[in-house]
Design a protein around this ligand. Structure first.
Ligand code: MG
Length: 203
């Protein structure tokens, strides 16, 4: 199982980090050891002073596929969930400056909390699906698939040109603006269309 994460998929988030808008999807991987499930706590790692939350819709692949055409991509998933792409922003900034890969900033243990999934039939049309993150009860990030630069189907088509998608693979589809550092004791709650699917604490 692999975790594929899309970067810079929302224009306002790319802007807040002073990144150019991509002409093709930007993606990177996290290992299975990044996953946190069942609302277990996230432990702040000791190597960073600035771990940012990035709330993202997550697609679970349900069929094996390679070179998937965008028009058929919807057949490769039937559930949508929500997760956090935790990012060591201080380390990522150093990696970017030095032109190095992002793994130590993105792929560390626990960097991918994952909530429950909902069938896409239940969620209705996927072209204007709202989701949000609250931290300590306050709204921090609000997004909609309407604002994605690359749709879920376009992402699947693009990624599958380079790597075979397998059953159970996860795609974190990018974060809207509002990313910020988390602190010990923070309570994170993420919802799709008002339905809370992820709820955990930072320790
Ligand atoms: Mg992200």
């Amino acid at each position: 199982m692999k975790i594929i994460c899309i970067g810079r998929n929302y224009a306002n988030h790319a802007k807040e980090l002073n990144n150019p808008l991509p002409e093709q999807p930007v993606f990177f991987l996290k290992p299975e050891s990044a996953l946190i499930q069942k609302n277990k706590p996230f432990f702040l790692p000791d190597f960073s002073k600035e771990i940012h939350h990035e709330v993202e819709l997550v697609v679970k692949i349900n069929r094996l596929g390679k070179h998937i055409q965008e028009e058929f991509a919807h057949r490769y998933y039937d559930e949508i969930g929500i997760g956090i792409d935790f990012t060591a922003r201080d380390i990522q900034d150093q990696c970017k400056k030095m032109g190095l890969p992002w793994e130590i900033a993105k792929a560390f243990d626990g960097s991918a909390p994952l909530g429950e999934f909902v069938s896409k039939e239940e969620l209705g049309p996927l072209d204007n699906l709202h989701f949000d993150l609250k931290v300590n009860g306050q709204s921090r990030q609000v997004g909609s698939t309407r604002d994605m630069i690359f749709s879920i189907d376009a992402i699947i088509a693009y990624v599958s040109r380079f790597m075979t998608l397998k059953i159970g693979d996860l795609i974190y589809t990018g974060t809207p603006e509002g990313v910020a550092p988390v602190q010990i004791g923070d309570h994170l709650e993420a919802a799709i269309a008002g339905r809370k699917l992820l709820d955990f604490h930072v320790k």
